[in-house]
Design a protein around this ligand. Structure first.
Ligand code: PHB
Length: 385
């Protein structure tokens, strides 16, 4: 914000810099640029920049980028640097639930608005919620709960679960498990695999198959999703043990690397690029034109982070406190459908799509097979209102 520059300095800058606009707002873009989620971070970054360009606002926003490396202590140190040294007005980003958990108290105490553009950590909009944390991506519970009822409705009774052993893996499985058992299903086995380190999923797949479930339900994302789906395919399990999971498993960002092993996998997510709405068709066409590829959910999360930020600035917010207060008031219908922020938790309210990965010629695409509209988390210990 200009508040960091004296009036005189602004006048001097405006007379000397006539061509370049003076950035109005400084954003700390805190994403993984290395490690198991690097591709996700780059895709969120592209979506964020794309929304600023589309709105003609790229010159209004100064971006300072930092790499979390998907490591909680690194993420916290970078958040401190962005706030204390770079004096950013707002932090945008965070992919890992573990990194978000490590940063939460610092963000709350420093009173700096954080727009979460991925990390689904349920606590951040539950018991550990904060007026300074607004999430435009999803919560881990929100994405997975609808799948419990849906799978049971398909006649699936016995499920075995697998996930990465860190906050997000546990929360995704816990929420799926609660919904599936409530619907009448049974979890007959569950394992967690070392996060970011598991190369060979063979022993876990062997145990899962030996339990003889009707299906397996998993959470893997990024590089781990690619390895897992390929190994599931080479085990030849698809015929007897169908694969279900959180939709990140077969994200359009990397499903091509999974190849035919992804065909027939059914998952749930808050966005797929095949949604046939005017807003999404326009978004997909423009993103393709700009980047030469189909946008994934991560691109949309970056895009919506920028749109929500611009909405808050356009409503007159000028400093950290007023930006934090204005963010949850922004709502619109965008690529993923209607988007609003629940003022009770500051978590996004949105549709959840159940989709099957299918072949389209040589390529893989997403066929929507179910929609649960307007999914909203219970306050879960949050008392913002
Ligand atoms: C998370 O850690 O919250 C997380 C990471 C990657 C995803 C989804 C959730 O694709």
């Amino acid at each position: 914000m200009k508040k960091y520059i004296s009036g005189l300095a602004v006048a001097a800058a405006l007379t000397t810099i006539s061509t370049a606009a003076l950035a109005e707002t400084t954003v700390g873009l805190l994403l993984p640029k290395s490690g198991v989620f690097a591709a996700l971070g780059n895709e969120i970054d592209d979506g964020f920049v794309f929304a600023l360009e589309e709105a003609g606002r790229a010159d209004d926003i100064k971006i300072v980028r930092e790499d979390t490396e998907v490591k909680p202590p690194v993420g916290l140190a970078k958040a401190r640097k962005l706030v204390l040294q770079d004096e950013v007005d707002v932090i945008v980003g965070v992919v890992s639930s573990g990194v978000l958990g490590a940063m939460r108290d610092f963000i709350h105490e420093a009173e700096v608005p954080l727009i979460v553009s991925n990390a689904g950590n349920d606590a951040a909009t539950g018991a550990a919620c904060s007026p300074y944390i607004t999430r435009v991506s999803f919560s881990n519970g929100q994405v997975n709960r609808p799948m419990g009822q849906w799978m049971h409705d398909q006649g699936i009774q016995k499920v075995y679960t697998l996930a990465s052993d860190y906050a997000a893996g546990h929360q995704m499985i816990d929420n799926f498990t609660a919904a599936f058992t409530e619907a009448g299903g049974e979890i007959i086995g569950s394992e967690y695999t070392p996060f970011g380190q598991t190369k060979d999923f063979g022993p876990y797949l062997t145990n899962a198959r030996a339990a003889n479930p009707d299906a397996i339900f998993v959470f893997y994302a990024g590089g781990e999703a690619i390895s897992f789906v390929k190994q599931y395919g080479s085990f030849g399990m698809a015929a007897d043990v169908p694969l279900f999971g959180s939709g990140f498993l077969t994200s359009p960002l990397y499903v091509a690397a999974e190849g035919d092993a992804a065909v027939g996998v059914k998952t749930s997510l808050h966005y797929v690029p095949t949604l046939d709405t005017p807003e999404n068709n326009a978004f997909v066409a423009a993103f393709k034109e700009r980047f030469g590829r189909t946008p994934s959910e991560y691109a949309v999360q970056g895009y919506d982070s920028a749109r929500v930020l611009l909405g808050a600035l356009d409503s007159g917010a000028t400093d950290r406190k007023s930006i934090a207060a204005a963010l949850p008031k922004v709502s619109y219908t965008g690529p993923r459908g209607p988007l609003e922020i629940d003022p009770a938790t500051n978590n996004v309210v949105q549709n959840i799509y159940i989709y099957e990965t299918v072949k389209d010629g040589d390529a893989l695409t997403q066929k929507v097979v179910g929609v649960v509209e307007g999914v909203r988390d219970a306050p879960n210990g949050c008392a913002l209102q």
